[in-house]
Design a protein. Structure first.
Length: 84
């Protein structure tokens, strides 16, 4: 499915709404977050000290990504409001 969504996002007319590029960045971050969550869960299930320690960095990255996703959505909606 991500490939289909990425293809759809690539077809959006950026000249009509400049904010649509934000959705491409959001999708990329959401895809990355999906990978992070899988690794965090794997490390948690394994309960090995190294994996649990690595989870600290992974959770920090996940948190940073989510903050960026919120900001990108805010920028995209602001851009949409200016277009309308």
């Amino acid at each position: 499915m991500p490939d289909d969504l990425t293809d759809l996002l690539d077809q959006l007319p950026t000249h009509l709404w400049p904010g649509c590029d934000k959705f491409k960045a959001v999708q990329s971050m959401l895809d990355r977050n999906k990978v992070l969550i899988r690794e965090i869960n794997h490390n948690h299930d394994g309960r090995h000290p190294e994996g649990l320690q690595r989870n600290v960095a992974l959770i920090n990255e996940l948190n940073d990504n989510m903050n960026q996703v919120v900001e990108l959505y805010a920028q995209a909606s602001g851009s949409l409001m200016q277009t309308v």
